[in-house]
Structures are given as C-alpha cells and as structure tokens.
Ligand binder design. Structure first.
Ligand code: ZN
Length: 397
C-alpha cells in the first residue's frame, strides 16, 4: 500500500532511532548484529552507521565481537562523553551509582543515611555526593539523574510532595541544583526510575508491563507500547491511591481507604502498633519501635496476627491490580520494594486475587502468558534506571 505520510526522510529518521535504541540496549554491536536485529540489509545498515559516526552519535572500534565472518569491528556510544550520576533520593537515605557516557557503572554503588529535616539539608546531601565524585573525576562533566520519592513534576523538576519528609512545601530540586552545580539535572519519580530500569536493562520485557513498588508507600509505573505512561498530571501510576475501602483510614492524599492505608509497610506497622498497645501481655515486639524487618521476620516465623494483616494487605494489592490491569490490558508485572521480603506466599496471595489462570503461568511457549514476579534487577541497576531519562530525551529530541 502506498503511504504518502511515511516519506524517505521519515524512514531514515526511524531507522537511525532504531539503531540508537539497539546500541543503548546492547552497549556494543557489530554491523551484522545490527542487520539481524533490524532486518535491514548490510549496505543499508552501513550507510546509517556511517552517518551516525559522522554526527558523533556513535563511535567505531576495531574490536571484533565475533570470530566468525569478516572483521568489521563494532559500534558503541562515544565513550568520552559526559558522565551521569544516578541517585535514588528519599529524605532518609540516598543511593547513588556513577555511570559513564555509555551508562555503564563506574565505581561502587553507594548508600548513605541522610535523615534530612529540611529541603536544604537534602539538597546539601545530594551536592556532597556529587562533589565527592568530582574529586575522583575532576576533568569530567558529571550530570545528575535523580529518582525522587513522592510526587514529582519531571518537566519543571519540582518535588511536589515527599510523604516521608517532615516538610510539606514543594522543592525546586532541578532549578536549585543546576544553579548551584552548573550541570544538567533530570528528575522523575522513583517508580519511573524502576520502570526505566526494567525497560532498558531487561530484554525479556514486553511492550506493555508495569512495575509496582511496595515499600513505605505503594507506587507504580506503567510502560505502554514501549513508553512510560505518565498521564497528564504525572499521577497516572498512583495505584497506591486507588480506594479499596471507602470507610477506611485517612490517607496523606486527603481521601479515605486508599490502598496505601491498607497494604503499604507503613500501614502494616501502624496496624501492628495499635494492636500491640492493646496487648500488654504480648511483649515480643515493642509497639513504639516496630520495624519493617521485624514484621517480615514475624511473618516468616508464622506469627498468626502478622500473617492475617499481611494476607489482607496482599489481597488488597491483588484486587487493585486486577482492576487496573484489566482496564489497561497489561499482564506482565514486576514487584520491587522491601515488601518483596514477604516472599513467595505473599506473591501467591496477590496472584490469586488477580485471578489469572495460574496454569498459564509457566507456559513459556505462549507469547502473552501472564507473568507476575519479583523484579530481578540489582539495586545498582534499579538506580541506574533514572539515567535513561537522558537516553529517552536524546532519542526523541
Ligand atoms: Zn491516598
């Protein structure tokens, strides 16, 4: 069929984009590998690669990736570009991983306690980590990519609300840090960070999948048709604020009975505190200092009360997901966050509620078999996910 909308110029641009995407996913490919992945002929691939090298977007090295066939070397992102320092930022801790221009890790993954009482203290902690890296790489431009806890506007770079923080006002993170450090700063929500990490670092992912982070709160991020789905108000992935019990407890968002008030670690700890205070004879846990680790341990030891709470939490998560996923038609789900510590039976409870046929689970021959599992990326890979904000911008820009 003749398609006047897809002219040569457009086809060329799409092919360039496809090649660049492949390089970001595989880091280094030979000419014949490009040809295999794209279905384009070797001469067509050669022409595009030549252009991209000419534009400085790719570099060619004589390193041969295969001992079969003709040695034509390999292609990669030019290694001498700017570094990116990726961070996951919460008011209590900051995790960081420095990456080179190809988004490969440089140096060690780090995690520090912060306990910031003001936005200024949190910004100072970010700045401090950046300055330490600068000391190691004084000649490098080190841009920042920040995955931020809470609600974030990725366009303005403003942290709107940070539920774990003692402050309530918005913080202009991007603006303030760019002013102070003189580098580029990109920010987005920490669930978007996880979705980007999965999208770019897990080749088993489908075009449509979602990531659910069950931790202090419950966050989610959806990838639809290969793209992060942000929605018009950047709140689209907020499964934590779907209402599961209209008569339930008050939520930070101002409504009642949100999923978070039932199923997050915060909610479980609150339940435990209230119950323990009414049980002076149950001295096993101290109501004023119950930790997530203690709860997870109590669950594994078979503590009946904890089992009941966690089961009902898992049920609520499963039910909310069922509603969401049916609407969006997504059936690949990765769980992250400390609640994953509840393990396989927790996941099985969620699975039961989602109600998909458990027998299609292991059927790997079926392309669209439901897949609900714990995410497998390392914490460093998760944090590096936020660095792909720069990649996505470069691909679309
Ligand atoms: Zn809410």
């Amino acid at each position: 069929m003749y398609n006047s909308g897809l002219n040569n110029q457009r086809v060329r641009q799409l092919n360039r984009q496809t090649i660049m995407k492949l390089v970001w996913q595989h880091k280094q490919l030979s000419k014949s590998q490009f040809s295999q992945f794209t279905g384009l002929s070797i001469p067509a691939v050669s022409k595009i690669l030549e252009e991209l090298v000419g534009d400085g977007k790719l570099s060619h090295s004589s390193e041969n990736l295969s001992n079969r066939g003709i040695n034509s070397g390999s292609y990669q992102i030019p290694p001498d570009g700017d570094f990116i320092l990726c961070m996951n930022v919460t008011p209590t801790s900051i995790e960081s991983q420095l990456c080179d221009a190809q988004l490969s890790p440089k140096g060690e993954f780090e995690r520090i306690q912060v306990n910031a009482s003001t936005p200024q203290a949190l910004l100072a902690a970010i700045e401090n980590i950046w300055r330490n890296q600068r000391k190691t790489w004084p000649k490098k431009t080190i841009n920042l990519a920040l995955g931020i806890h809470g609600q974030v506007n990725p366009v303005t770079g403003v942290s709107q609300t940070m539920p774990q923080a003692p402050w309530r006002e918005p913080v202009e993170i991007k603006y303030l840090l760019e002013e102070k450090l003189g580098v580029t700063v990109r920010v987005d929500n920490d669930c978007v960070m996880l979705a980007l990490a999965e999208k770019w670092q897990n080749p088993a992912n489908r075009q449509d999948f979602c990531v659910i982070n069950v931790d202090y709160g419950i966050g989610s991020s959806f990838v639809i048709n290969g793209q992060i789905y942000r929605g018009s108000l950047y709140g689209s992935g907020q499964i934590g604020h779907t209402i599961v019990n209209p008569d339930g407890m008050a939520c930070d968002c101002g409504r009642y009975g949100c999923l978070e008030t039932v199923a997050s670690l915060t909610a479980l700890k609150k339940q435990a505190r209230i119950w323990l205070k009414s049980q002076p004879d149950a001295p096993k846990l101290n109501p004023d200092s119950v930790t997530s680790t203690q709860l997870i341990n109590a669950w594994h030891e078979g503590d009946e009360q904890v089992r009941r709470w966690v089961d009902s939490a898992a049920n609520a998560i499963g039910l909310s997901l069922y509603n969401f996923l049916n609407i969006l038609n997504i059936n690949q789900i990765w769980f992250y966050g400390r609640s994953c510590g509840f393990g396989d039976s927790w996941l099985a409870t969620i699975n039961r509620q989602i109600g998909f046929n458990p027998f299609d689970h292991g059927d790997t021959l079926k392309m669209n078999a439901t897949q609900i599992d714990f995410g497998q990326l390392t914490r460093a890979q998760q944090v590096m996910g936020i660095g792909y904000l720069y990649v996505e911008e470069a691909l679309t820009g």
